[in-house]
Design a protein around this ligand. Sequence first.
Ligand SMILES: NC(=O)c1ccc[n+]([C@@H]2O[C@H](COP(=O)([O-])OP(=O)(O)OC[C@H]3O[C@@H](n4cnc5c(N)ncnc54)[C@H](O)[C@@H]3O)[C@@H](O)[C@H]2O)c1
Length: 307
Amino acid sequence: MSLKNKVTIIGAGFVGSTSAYSLITNNVAEEIALIDINQELVKSQVMDLQHSVPFWGFTKVKVGTYQDIKDSKIVVITCGASQKEGDTRLDLVAKNSVIIKDIVPKVFKQNPKAILVMVTNPVDILTNIAVKLFPTKRNQIFGSGTILDSARLRFLIGEKLDVNPSSVHAYIVGEHGDSEVALWSTATVGNVPVENLKELAGGVKKSIFDQAKNAAYAIIKGKQSTYYAIGAGVAQICHAVLHNTKAVMPVSHYINGEYGIKDVCLSLPAIIGSQGITGTLNPKLSALEQKQLKASAQTLKKVISQL
Ligand SMILES: NC(=O)c1ccc[n+]([C@@H]2O[C@H](COP(=O)([O-])OP(=O)(O)OC[C@H]3O[C@@H](n4cnc5c(N)ncnc54)[C@H](O)[C@@H]3O)[C@@H](O)[C@H]2O)c1
């Protein structure tokens, strides 16, 4: 069966439905199928999304089944338990690893060529589980990783400097979670290294990074879930795959030797195209950043070893 510019999203809760909405508003996909075990919820989400389409463009939106994966180029996984107030992302591992082990084989049974984008948390651990189940599909499987954390960092730097955040080039790498690492040594505003900016000197960088890292806790306290920003990020990932844009994004993928780190999924800048991860960049990191990245990898490996 030939593949369409179609995205199947498994999980029609806050994140799945907002990802669909972002895809619709940006006219990224020709078709979106939403799957959820809660049939009442998914039917209602689909109706509401369908009614937005005349305002934006042309996307066909439907309640899906696993059959929809057959002709989908992308499957996005957003189903499972989400963080409640006080939970870390790693607290979700027991529940969500069971769900992912069940779903991922079903996805590739329907369509061995699908690009699988993991969003459910803990995203690095679940991406790792999927890669271990299908090691030959390493480049087809990746997680949204720290795209969200990096967007938060870019927003906060832009706000501090009164600069458009799209002109802020800064990455958070490592775990999407408490051990993540801000790469200040390679961050620029325009083409000016942030290390040279006096507005970010002293404790300002640390304060900005702490806000970016802890944003999910702050948002969940007020509204139970975070979804607009990750929905926009999912749409950007899908755009890169469906239109083979070769955009660079810090997605969670299998690391096999970079910076002395082996056999774990975490985020580092990667090139995204129609085949999934088509290349990686290995920025030169400071000694401290390398040490922090290794510690982040160790945090993830410890959780994986306890599964
Ligand atoms: N990676 C990121 O940056 C990021 C950001 C925000 C949220 N998340 C994660 O996304 C996930 C979803 O969050 P949410 O706020 O949308 O939660 P939610 O509770 O609103 O939605 C989850 C949905 O999954 C469905 N579901 C559960 N098991 C299923 C299964 N086996 N098959 C199909 N559907 C199933 C539920 O019925 C529910 O509708 C969480 O794990 C959350 O932590 C990740």
